[in-house]
Design a protein around this ligand. Structure first.
Ligand SMILES: *Cc1c(COP(=O)(O)O)cnc(C)c1O
Length: 389
């Protein structure tokens, strides 16, 4: 558990820098007042160079980033987007918000989208596949990319959990036609609320920038009230306050990743000493996870819940798995019918028993960047669970 543990002096200094130089909290305009401070723009540039991205647009949330990304690809009513049944509900909300239909498919043992299950659901209306790099582990991007080019589909990356993770030497977010990052308070780096839209194509980048700002083209030589528009849009702008915090957090990313990965190693050695052979969550060859959470499988769902209870007694809460299925497993999302206003009776999926079973056996432990309060309780809890069998 990540960036929020380290929000402090550096973030405050960045904000003070705004207040000491005109206190402009809006990303555009006010040139004479702001004395050269453009925190959101600076954050976008720093983010691009950190990961070698071509275009980056800072926005108000990760959910907004997903919606803007999908909109910029032209996805709308009548279209279908294939996504994994294990994600956060925001991924599906973004699809429905565009008027399209989310088609949920199984995850495999990596707990990311299963390419074979995705293939089985490709049809006439399919426009995109959304890969979600859950808990910082890359989806099988090689297979997904191949699938998308074979069927002429867009690849969308939900990188909410994957900031700083990589696949075949490239950072997550480099693979999709669009990619969406989240900087909400629980993510690897945080701006309180915030997100980033990343893409390669300059035309899509321009559409995204206009769409997130009421259609504004933000032509530099025109005052904002005389600006021209490209179609319609909405307001998903990031404020200068968030941009300032993001700049300070990005500097801390390497440290965060290093600490999280170290902690995963320690938890791995606890598991290696366990009397029962427990399976770790596998990740794709050539991928480097962010270490945002440590996931392994218990022999049964019952034992997973049992371990969760033991951990709680020792003061450790699990992260998402196995308990937070209501927010993260699409099989339970009856309420999506309401969001889609009944337009899509089949929005709530069925036939995902394989994934449900897998997820209910999985346990995820939080990683901390400041202290290891988990290894010892894990050791004790595992001993208790298995000695009582
Ligand atoms: C957090 C999250 C989002 C949404 O991000 P917000 O910034 O909270 O809107 C989208 N997808 C996944 C997988 C997430 O975990």
């Amino acid at each position: 558990m990540p960036g929020y543990e380290l929000v402090g002096r550096e973030e405050l200094q960045q904000i003070e820098d705004i207040f000491n130089h005109g206190a402009v909290l809006f990303r555009h305009g006010f040139e004479s007042k702001r004395q050269g401070r453009f925190k959101v723009q600076e954050f976008e540039s720093a983010f691009k160079s950190r990961f070698n991205f071509t275009n980056a647009l800072a926005v108000s949330s990760g959910t907004a980033a997903l919606k803007i990304g999908l909109k910029s690809l032209g996805i709308g009513p009548g279209d279908e987007v294939i996504l994994p049944c294990f994600t956060f509900v925001a991924s599906a909300e973004a699809v429905i918000e565009c008027g399209a239909l989310p088609i949920f498919v199984d995850v495999d043992e990596s707990l990311n989208i299963c390419p074979e299950s995705a293939t089985a659901k490709i049809g006439e209306r399919t426009k995109a596949i959304m890969a979600v790099h859950m808990l910082g582990v890359a989806a099988n991007l090689a297979q997904l990319r191949e699938l998308c080019s074979l069927h002429n589909l867009f690849l969308v990356e939900d990188v909410a959990w994957g900031c700083g993770g990589s696949y075949h030497e490239e950072y997550l977010g480099s693979f999709g036609d669009v990619a969406a990052f989240s900087f909400d308070f629980a993510k690897t780096i945080t701006t309180g609320e915030g997100g980033m839209v990343v893409c390669k194509d300059p035309v899509i980048a321009k559409k995204a920038a206009a769409w997130h700002d009421h259609g504004h083209l933000n032509i530099p030589t025109l005052p904002r009230w005389e600006d021209r528009r490209e179609g319609t849009g909405f307001n998903f702008r990031m404020s200068e306050l968030q941009g300032a915090v993001g700049l300070a957090q990005l500097v801390k990313l390497d440290f965060i990743l290093e600490q999280q990965r170290l902690m995963c190693e320690r938890l791995g050695s606890v598991l290696a000493n366990c009397s029962v052979d427990l399976k770790l969550r596998p990740f794709p060859i050539g991928s480097v996870p962010t270490g945002d959470g440590f996931v392994f499988f218990m022999p049964s769902a019952e034992l997973a819940l049992n371990l969760r209870e033991r951990l709680a007694v020792h003061g450790v809460a699990t992260k998402i798995l196995p308990e937070a299925m209501t927010w993260h497993f699409a099989g339970f999302w009856e309420h999506l019918r309401v969001l889609s206003e009944g337009a899509a009776a089949n929005v709530v999926p069925s036939g995902l028993e394989r994934s449900e079973l897998l997820l209910s056996r999985a346990v995820c432990l939080p990683t901390s960047v400041i202290d290891d309060a988990v290894s010892a309780p894990l050791q004790a809890s595992l001993d208790e669970v298995f000695s009582s069998l």
